[in-house]
Design a protein around this ligand. Sequence first.
Ligand code: 4H7
Length: 241
Amino acid sequence: MKIDILTLFPEMFDGILGSSIIGRARDSGILDINIINIRDFATNKHKQADDYPYGGGAGMVMMPQPLFDALYHVLGDSPSARVIYFSPQGRTLRQDIAGEYIDMEHLVLLCGHYEGIDQRVIDKFVDEEISIGDYILTGGELPSMVFIDCISRLIPGVLGSSASAEDESFSHGLLEYPQYTRPQSYEGLSVPQVLLSGHHGEIEKWRRQESIKNTLRKRPDLLEAEDLTETERRIIDSTES
Ligand code: 4H7
């Protein structure tokens, strides 16, 4: 998958895209991520990329010219690329929509800063607006990184062991069960006995119960949609007070 990121702050991406799982996916060629500095496309003599808003008001707006030219540049070879703009007005990113992007060949991620970008850029180029949640940030850079992290781990080959992406919170509609590692006892705190039993059936049952209990306690809204067995309903009924 090719991902072009258009930003006025390329340095914000330095630490993230080279490390860990995303870095490995780039090295192996599964992800081809390019950071494009919008300022490089500014043609005025101060390489200015933002200007005062028409109609007045606080802050600056990103100008059409550098953005149009940066977009013409990245879309030149693939006009069918999907252009995504990160803004609080977008559709909220959730695990169940992240899967929609995994087969896309070319994404262009547009990061607005200041008061955002000139509306004409959105009208002409943007296919979709995405928000990463109902809160305000200083720019679309962090949302674009969250988005890349979220979708790339769903692409086959990106995570080390293929099983891990599925067996998790949200993909089941439930929160995860607690995890433990060695030692068996630490400062008098012990690992639940069932996990040491080697009895896989019992372990699965315990994990499912803990998932349900966690979800009930922390995110009861998630339980409404979930398919539960009669036994599992009883767990919930006995936990509710
Ligand atoms: C694009 C348009 C995304 C980018 C407007 C971006 C939250 C999110 C931004 C804005 C973002 C998210 C303009 C919104 C200035 C805030 C005070 C940058 N914030 N701004 N306003 N939730 N901010 O995904």
